[in-house]
Ligand binder design. Structure first.
Ligand code: PEP
Length: 259
């Protein structure tokens, strides 16, 4: 983390978990357990049907609400889809874009990710853009080249003044939901490469200000080591964000004063 230059963000990704009726009890528990967020922005990204309950439950707190996906079109005949304006109208602030599960199961590509980023920033949402390599790609030694391509394509056509709104999450696919975390050094190396890519595209001042998160089996036990890395500005957290005690412990770690 480097709080002098950028925001620390702890974001939960509930995926397809929690019923709308389970949102309020979770929010009450988290509000009681989580420390006053002195340093970090806390976000809960929830399924579409949970969003109204989440907005209501976190209204008087400092927890922002995010969606897990959106459609790249503004409106029209896209049965079953949700637009960026629909999310902002509800009070949603963030949206996860290009999660590896969406790339794997729903055919999302770097090009569709780019379109979704444009739709999100056009509507005033803050995208949390996910990039990451498979185990096979890591073993082939192409991680950094692949990540550079993912970041460059995702940000194509995004103007410099919009970069303030964009958060990047490095999520090695082999570490998501597997209990296998990248070592702090592995995670920092890729986050540092992401920042270098942004520096090449937008210059040093903007690169220094972009928050880059790590995601992949982050939990209350390994968060401190990961968050101590200079280029890791927070976490995108799946499993551990479903349990208020675990999520609150990660927030507490991110809130600790830096040495
Ligand atoms: C995720 O869903 O983005 C994620 C990192 O999941 P988990 O923390 O469960 O690995």
């Amino acid at each position: 983390m480097n709080r002098r230059y950028r925001k620390t963000i702890i974001a939960g990704n509930w995926k397809m978990n929690k019923l709308p009726s389970e949102v309020k009890p979770f929010a009450e528990a988290l509000k009681t357990l989580a420390p006053h967020a002195k340093w970090c922005e806390t976000v809960i990204c929830a399924p579409f049907v949970d969003l109204p309950a989440a907005i209501k439950a976190f209204k008087d707190s400092r927890v922002a609400v995010g969606a897990e996906n959106l459609n790249e079109n503004a409106s029209g005949a896209y049965t079953g889809e949700v637009s960026a304006d629909m999310l902002t109208d509800l009070g949603v602030k963030y949206v996860i874009i290009g999660h590896s599960e969406r790339r794997q199961y729903y055919g999302e590509t770097d090009v569709s990710v780019n379109k979704k980023i444009h739709a999100a920033i056009g509507a005033g949402l803050q995208p949390i853009v996910c990039v990451g390599e498979s185990l096979e790609q890591r073993e082939l030694g192409i991680t950094l080249d692949l990540i550079k391509l993912q970041v460059t394509t995702a940000l194509s056509g995004v103007e410099a003044d919009k970069m303030r709104k964009i958060v990047i999450a490095y999520e090695p696919i082999w570490a998501i939901g597997t209990g296998k975390t990248a070592t702090a050094e592995q995670a920092n190396e890729v986050c540092c490469a992401i920042r270098a890519t942004i520096r090449n595209m937008y210059g040093a001042r903007i690169a220094r200000a972009v928050s880059i998160l790590y995601g992949g089996s982050m939990n209350e036990k390994n968060a401190a080591e990961l968050l101590a890395q200079p280029d890791i500005d927070g976490g995108l957290i799946g499993g551990a964000s479903l349990v208020p005690e675990k999520f609150a412990a990660i927030i507490a770690t991110a809130n600790q004063d830096q040495a």
